[in-house]
Design a protein around this ligand. Structure first.
Ligand code: AMZ
Length: 226
């Protein structure tokens, strides 16, 4: 397992252990679901389909998967493997044909569009490139195309454990009331989880704080529910 700081491939922290076993044990804690990112896929390299398949098989919660879902074949393999939702970033912003094929395979309710942002800019290709599209423009366009679920990740905060971008989450939830917003990046405490919940997030993604053991999973669940 790896975590990047601010999404930079050269700023990596490796965590020992078997991701399949960890996913299984987390899936038994009462969490709403697992969010798996295939970073090789997100950086345009080969997808790690085998390990993702094993995670889905052993998990006792729904599993949403993202990173490198750029062509229909990968989408069908993941749906066949039992993924609950597909998280699509790059092609949702750059390739209408590929995105509509992927949406057709998954069906729109199972598509989550990843809007990874720095400032107002939406990033693509493992956050190495600007899409040329602003956050609001992307939300308007994709909601117009029938997408309802969005993963909003603050690239500046991801992997930093210095608190989430509550302001952006609140603004987006207030402006796009129909959108289901998965909030991600920088979550470190139960207070952060509560603040994102109060800001209107549908779900909060926690990564590093669980791997580091600084945020007990049971407390995070309570904060999300309360
Ligand atoms: O950390 C990164 N550099 C990074 C990351 N975590 N780059 C992409 N991603 C994630 C997105 C989304 O879940 O948050 O990969 C997914 C998008 O991948 P793609 O291949 O559809 O752009």
């Amino acid at each position: 397992m790896v975590r990047l700081r601010k999404g930079r491939a050269n700023d990596v922290k490796l965590y020992p252990g078997d991701p399949v076993a960890l996913a299984q044990s987390w899936s038994r804690t009462g969490i709403g679901g697992l969010h798996v990112v295939d970073l090789d896929g997100a950086f345009g390299q080969e997808n790690n389909l085998d390990v993702i398949r094993r995670i889905i098989q052993s998990a006792e919660t729904p599993v949403q998967v993202g990173g490198g879902i750029r062509i229909a074949k990968v989408a069908s393999e993941l749906i066949e493997a039992g993924a609950d939702a597909l998280v699509v970033g790059t092609v949702a912003l750059t390739d209408e044909t590929a995105f509509s094929q992927i949406s057709e395979i998954a069906t729109l309710p199972k598509i989550v569009v990843a809007l990874d942002y720095r400032g107002e800019d939406v990033l693509i290709e493992g956050w190495r490139e600007l899409s040329g599209i602003k956050l609001d423009e992307a939300l308007n366009r994709l909601m117009g195309a029938g997408v309802h679920s969005f993963l909003l990740t603050s690239a500046e905060r991801d992997g930093m454990m210095d608190g989430p971008d509550v302001d952006t989450i609140r603004r987006v939830c207030q402006r796009y009331v129909e959108a289901k917003v998965f909030a991600s990046g920088g979550v470190r405490s139960t207070m952060d989880v509560g603040a994102l919940r109060d800001a209107g997030a549908y779900a909060v993604i926690i990564g590093k704080a669980l791997l580091e053991g600084t945020l007990p999973i049971s407390e995070a669940i309570q904060a999300g529910a309360g």
